[in-house]
Design a protein around this ligand. Structure first.
Ligand code: ADP
Length: 267
């Protein structure tokens, strides 16, 4: 089993990702696709007059502050436009894909964090009304049913809180939790960069290999959102996934290239 997470940043070639996945699926490989949608969500939120608000925690992690209205816009884009766009591409390629959020069948479950500590103008503030959380539990029952029926699952945040409330969760870490739960052979984190760069944005500074035991030491190279990918990679390898690869989803055959060792390989 291979878990492929494809991001939501500008430049990602979803046609290339879907064509590669379809070819491998038809060859008998079992795959699950997890996707994001942050770039498109930002555009739609601006257009709807509710621009995104990003907050930085005291430890330096950036996240989207998700009030109820933001959550609804987030769902429109992630579960609607992005998810159905990917399912349609796969269907056109002859793959019977099914798109679901983490809320459906409670595939992704975690604790609802209502408040977030954020650094603003050098001061730490507590912001309330946040609909976020972290995936702590993956319920694989529905996924097992789909795979047994020959359907390719296409999954996206939000997740469900233990009380059934929709929560915005990080897609990379959700994919990592899924890979652990399914005992996947590999987790691919595909984005609009060649992999983890030692000197971002210099693409010639690509880090090719990271020993699994050392992955957390590489957090220092990752800025802002890339940190979540490194954290997800650490969680996946600590949970028993043998290989995590940060790969390029901008062109070519992104899944095959990453599985062939291009990008940053954590093992
Ligand atoms: P996605 O939505 O595609 O999952 P993110 O935007 O969450 O991706 O994270 C990937 C982004 O992280 C890259 O587009 C890049 O701008 C940024 N980044 C920060 N530090 C690094 C680094 N050291 N190497 C590669 N990318 C980095």
């Amino acid at each position: 089993m291979i878990v492929v997470k494809v991001g939501g940043s500008a430049g990602i070639d979803y046609d290339a990702v879907c064509a590669d996945i379809a070819a491998r699926w038809k060859n008998g490989e079992r795959l699950i696709l997890v996707h994001g949608g942050s770039g498109e969500t930002n555009r739609v939120a601006e257009a709807l007059g509710h621009p995104p608000r990003f907050v930085t925690s005291p430890s330096g992690y950036t996240s989207r502050f998700t009030d109820r209205q933001t959550l609804e816009i987030f769902e429109m884009v992630y579960c609607g436009k992005m998810n159905k766009g990917i399912v349609e591409r796969l269907q056109r390629l002859g793959v019977n894909a099914v798109g679901l959020s983490g809320l459906d069948g409670r595939i992704f479950e975690g604790r609802h964090k209502d408040s977030v500590r954020a650094v603003e103008n050098g001061k730490v503030k507590v912001l309330r009304g946040d609909h976020t959380g972290t995936v702590e539990k993956v319920n694989t029952g529905l996924i097992d049913l789909l795979l047994a029926g020959g359907y390719l699952p296409v999954l996206t945040p939000p997740a469900s809180s233990y009380d059934g409330v929709a929560i915005n969760v990080d897609g990379d870490r959700a994919a990592a939790a899924l890979a652990v739960a399914l005992k996947a052979d590999a987790l691919l984190l595909l984005s609009n960069v060649p992999g983890l760069l030692r000197a971002y944005p210099d693409e010639s500074s690509l880090i090719r290999e990271i020993p699994a035991a050392d992955v957390e030491n590489y957090l220092e190279f990752a800025q802002d959102r890339m940190k979540k990918k490194v954290l997800g990679a650490a969680e996946a390898v600590q949970g028993g996934v043998r290989r995590v690869i940060f790969g390029d989803a901008r062109h070519g055959q992104p899944v095959s290239a990453a599985l062939g060792g291009q990008g940053t390989v954590v093992s």
